[in-house]
Design a binder for this molecule. Sequence first.
Ligand SMILES: Cc1cc2nc3c(=O)[nH]c(=O)nc-3n(C[C@H](O)[C@H](O)[C@H](O)COP(=O)(O)OP(=O)(O)OC[C@H]3O[C@@H](n4cnc5c(N)ncnc54)[C@H](O)[C@@H]3O)c2cc1C
Length: 296
Amino acid sequence: MARTLILAFEPSEAVSLTGFAAQLQQPFDVIFLTGQAPADIGAERVFVANLDQVAPADATAKGVLSLCEGYSHIASVSSMRSKDILARLASLLGGAMVTDVVSVESNTVYKRPILAGSVIATVEVLQTPVVLTVRPAGFSPVSGNDSASEAVTISSESVVTVVSQTSRGGLRPDLTRAKVIVSGGRPLKDSETFERIVGGLADRLGGAVGATRAAVDAGIAGNELQVGQTGKIVAPELYIAAGISGSTQHMAGIKDSKLIVAINKDPDAPIFQVADLGLVADLYDAVPALQALIGS
Ligand SMILES: Cc1cc2nc3c(=O)[nH]c(=O)nc-3n(C[C@H](O)[C@H](O)[C@H](O)COP(=O)(O)OP(=O)(O)OC[C@H]3O[C@@H](n4cnc5c(N)ncnc54)[C@H](O)[C@@H]3O)c2cc1C
């Protein structure tokens, strides 16, 4: 049966995938693993698992397996977590997997970036079900009436024991979902300077903090903050790049951003070729001046 199931690890993910589901032109249902279902996203069936947190990938894939049977398409927002879980799910269902979908050509043909985003591949899937991770920036959310939600129980029995979890992001928004990101590069010198300059501006704007691989490799920023080909793929409304040259590997992670603002003291820095707004300035002058303008 041609029918889509959206797996929402967090409620907002379902909203951002409604545009993708609409383009498949078939009915869709949603499983909300955590949190409450937002109203009026147009789902025919709404399943609410009400988990405190998403279990490790092996457990989640097995836990949702029976609910996924019978669907032609199963989709989640692209993230490290969704790729981890959906790859296992595709294997358990004997289906095909396509990651990082940016547009839908038909129910079997999709576009996705390859080679760090420098080439867009068109791929055709000849197997069902199709398990997809989707970059929501390419799709505008749509609304519609929902059915009443149904409670479901999802087992979380895992062979993995989570010993501890650490995050250096503090209370800042998650990079992959943030609307505003301030990122810093190699010239930030050390972690204290990075936190004061980049973190300070991010906090003023209520945004997340990102970094280049050069900054991560130099110990200026944590691994989890790396944006780019081998880091996180982001799609904020506003991306501020301070002291970032604009390597192809970094740009691969930010090109879905709606507005890119670059601050760089070199007017010939490659990032100015892709930035929407550019400021040729020393970041040590420009960023504190911006912070002062915004106020506390
Ligand atoms: C296989 C592979 C994968 C990679 N993956 C990634 C990835 O995922 N993400 C990533 O970011 N990189 C990645 N890289 C590394 C990438 O090639 C670049 O080396 C890196 O992005 C450069 O980081 P940067 O812009 O901070 O540093 P630099 O290239 O050194 O640029 C620093 C910039 O800051 C400017 N600047 C210096 N001082 C100031 C100042 N005071 N005020 C304002 N501007 C100043 C300079 O003009 C320069 O443009 C990868 C590389 C490889 C080979």
